[in-house]
Write a protein that binds this ligand. Sequence first.
Ligand code: URA
Length: 430
Amino acid sequence: MDAISVIRAKRDGHALAPAQIDWVIDAYTRGEVAEEQMSALAMAILLNGMSRAEIARWTAAMIATGERMDFSSLPRPTTDKHSTGGVGDKITLPLAPLVAACGAAVPQLSGRGLGHSGGTLDKLEAIPGWRARIGPDEMLGILREVGAVVCAAGEGLAPADRKLYALRDVTGTVESIPLIASSIMSKKIAEGTGALVLDVKAGSGAFMKTLDDARELAETMVGLGTDHGVRTVALLTDMDTPLGLTAGNALEVREAVEVLAGGGPADVVELTLALAREMLDAAGLTDADPARALAGGSAMDTWRRMIAAQGGDPDAPLPVARETHTVPAPATGVLTGLDAYAVGVAAWRLGAGRARKEDPVQAAAGVELHAKPGDRVTAGAPLLTLHTDTPERFGAALAALEAEGALRVSPTDARVPDVRPTVLGRIADG
Ligand code: URA
């Protein structure tokens, strides 16, 4: 077997044989296939695609390069959620304790934000004392005691993906549906969850800008999960506008706690409950009632125990930014658009996100929304509040919000386009 013949086969539009896939992934992880050879292959895959059988084999080969976690000793069924990422997506924070409060175990390996899209670990690190890094034994112990863990993935899980994702990032090959699907699913399958619900987002603030692309990614991932014996379902959800009323780490924790206390913005509550029902159904807990667990306070109790188990103080005040700046509504009327990408870039520029993996983030930075599309607004009244510790960043954040189409207000008597629902579709196998 040699790398050049594998690259040529994909370059010329042929399907790769299972033995070619196994070899190239293993040899690349061991350093025998060079970075430039894998870049050429990734580009050939981006241009010519892969069949369902090839993607399944590619995913299995990536899983085989590392360890697989095993939660079979737990008395509860395991169920997890993965979101393809977006702006203001704090759903994991209320969702993991809610689903645990309903009787499942939630082993949630999460990531950090990059660019305009936030990361769950950065959000939780806004809580004083909270630790993202825990070992497998500690993870199992917390799952047994509390039922939910949100933590960083260990180095040993799908190491082929770690290497390949970094390569794709610098070779213009991130946007290949077979490579995205196999990257996400290799980590989720290696994590050892019995059931998985995917939140595949579509819109300006998402990876997938169109609903058609989001559907194709969702179908590919649901197929991969099913082929590997993980009960997998996907919801297609809106990311043209931010989720909830906050984007930024501590601001999002505050909103998640509001949801756990029985309040919070309607779209965050709706999506949390929709995903909770899917996770519980997929785990076989069809009698559970997540709306009751949220209203009755058991999800909040689980949240407090989950945060404390990882060193966090659920009662500690969250960090507050040193400076704020208010953006007024530009006109009186109905807010018809508040672009997720523009808000995400503004939050990132205020310090909530990072441009490179090594960069630090500001816990308190971000954007607070005072209205959502469909709401009436009055010229000059506050529409957004920008938060940062470094006020010299306000100018760059405002520039993102002044981009064409970022904020749209229609006069009250104009025909107002319908606001997109939060959940746009559902994909299950077969
Ligand atoms: N997230 C991943 O883990 N992998 C991708 O390829 C894209 C998003």
